[in-house]
Design a protein around this ligand. Structure first.
Ligand code: FRU
Length: 320
């Protein structure tokens, strides 16, 4: 496949994701569907809408909320800016939303506004990336350490216990990046896998591509690239493709969206993609319980699958 063709595929994936999000979430835009007659207003603070996965999360929230006319959801997109996301949370608090859902960019900078909202008596659901401390109502997300470990075990097996690996990490000031790294290292412990290059690509495809260009320039032999998300794995593949070396190595990513990671597995670009569910539907189900005054667990852990060439046609395989 030419680089141009694969770029076109990336663009169409982004377009499909934006369309899946219907109207595209503009800042301060009310996308709550059946707003008239709504009894509860939920503020949703999204850290960015640059990746298909986050567009999907908003779409999942919107779809689930759409089945409940008593809910109105207001979305704000922080465009990958901690300060902007902090301001959004403060705006939701001062406008008196009934519940806040936040998928924070980074843990430390977003902890104080979440703490303020929670202390002001607003229930807070933290989705996917964590904040520090315990000042929130419920955390919902998959177990990133477990996913990272499963990826490590899978990779060690795939490489027959030894090989040279590049690790392209997600933003290491966000908790999924930390956990996908720690879990991965646990998964490859006591094997002959050698990490020859590691870099923080901040969850971003162009950054991953740039880092991979450096890795390719430095190393004649690379057996596998483990990227903490599918955009990162795809960026690495684009770099290897441009260098004419993509067939020398294997690419593994995380997210496993049907229109992204699963499609890359089908196309033979990725050897495996580990699913990272968005939790959007579960956030709305949990919000409804909280608003009805029911008790909810402090932590809801979502299950995850792995998609490979072998299992993609049978819809992947659950991690234990
Ligand atoms: C999107 C994303 C996903 C990743 C998640 C981690 O912004 O980078 O690709 O799985 O965030 O929080």
């Amino acid at each position: 496949m030419s680089v141009l063709k694969s770029l076109m595929i990336s663009v169409s994936i982004m377009l499909a994701a934006v369309l899946a999000g219907c109207s595209g979430a503009g800042e301060n835009r009310d996308e709550g569907g059946e707003a008239a007659g709504a009894k509860w207003v939920i503020g949703m603070s999204q850290c960015n809408l640059g990746e298909p996965w986050r567009v999907q999360m908003n779409a999942d929230i919107r779809r689930a909320a759409g089945e409940h006319p008593e809910l109105k959801v207001v979305f704000k997109d922080a465009q990958n800016d901690n300060l902007r996301q902090r301001a959004h949370v403060e705006e939701y608090v001062s406008s008196g939303v009934d519940l806040l859902i936040i998928s924070p960019k980074e843990a430390a900078p977003l902890t104080p506004p979440v703490h303020e909202a929670f202390r002001a008596g607003i229930p807070v659901i933290v989705l996917d990336r964590r904040v520090l401390g315990e000042d929130y109502t419920c955390f919902i997300g998959a177990d990133n350490r477990k996913i990272g470990k499963a990826a490590g075990v899978w990779i060690a097996e795939r490489l027959g216990g030894r090989g040279k690996v590049v690790e392209l990490k997600g933003l290491m000031t966000s908790t999924p990046g930390q956990d996908r790294h720690t879990g991965f290292r646990e998964g490859i412990a006591d094997t002959g896998i050698e990490i020859i290059f590691e870099a923080d690509m901040q969850w971003l495809e162009p950054e991953a591509r740039g880092e991979m260009e450096s890795a390719l320039a430095r190393f004649d032999r690379i057996d596998l690239v483990y990227a903490h998300n599918d955009p990162g794995a795809h960026g690495a593949w684009l770099a290897a493709k441009a260098a004419g070396r993509e067939r020398e190595m294997v690419f593994v990513g995380i997210d496993g969206l049907p229109q992204e990671g699963q499609a890359y597995v089908r196309q033979g670009i990725l050897a495996a993609s580990f699913e990272y569910p968005t939790g959007g539907r579960e956030a709305i189900e949990t919000a409804l319980k909280i608003l009805a005054g029911e008790q909810t667990p402090k932590e809801i852990t979502l299950r995850s699958k792995v998609y490979t060439r072998e299992n993609i046609d049978s819809d992947g395989q659950w991690l234990d």
